[in-house]
Design a protein around this ligand. Structure first.
Ligand SMILES: [Zn+2]
Length: 156
């Protein structure tokens, strides 16, 4: 594993997934930040534009991706979730569509995660859903309907 930024989960098995975009100019810069002890941020998975998928934190550990957030009254979203970062420049640096190989890799990854852990489709959410007003990722170009058709997220 590649990122030192994790600690023990407080709530047992993860039962949700939080999807993010990296929001940085390059994948390399994003990866470096997610692995820098000084940044104090991380995610379990980093999915590149070409579909390459890197494990940065073991799924049974608590990664630091959600920040100040809340879901169903629980404010320690990091303790109950798996964080997935999708490489994308984001709204500050030239937001673009999530390309097909990246979405296909995400679908495979989500199916694997949902087989390993008790994550229901309605608990597969965006950072914007758990930190409304503060976060806008993954944003309007992210195809939730595509995930919903495969039973990997709730219809919205
Ligand atoms: Zn985010």
């Amino acid at each position: 594993m590649q990122s030192p930024n994790h600690n023990e989960r407080r709530l047992g098995k993860p039962d949700m997934v939080v999807i993010h975009y990296t929001g940085m100019k390059t994948a390399e810069a994003a990866r470096a930040r997610l692995c820098d002890p000084a940044s104090e941020v991380s995610a379990h998975w980093l999915v590149h534009l070409d579909g390459r998928t890197e494990a940065l934190v073991p799924e049974d550990r608590r990664a630091w991706h959600a920040g100040v957030s809340e879901w169903e009254g629980e404010r320690d979203v990091n303790s109950r979730s798996i964080g997935i970062e999708l490489v994308n420049r984001g709204h500050e640096h030239g937001y673009h569509p999530f390309p097909e190989p990246q979405m296909a890799a995400l679908e495979r990854l989500l199916a694997e995660i949902m087989a390993r852990w008790p994550v229901s489709p309605r608990n597969v959410v965006g950072h914007e859903d758990v930190a409304p007003g503060r976060k806008i990722d993954p944003g309007g170009k992210f195809d939730w309907a595509r995930l919903a058709r495969l039973g990997l997220a709730a219809r919205r």
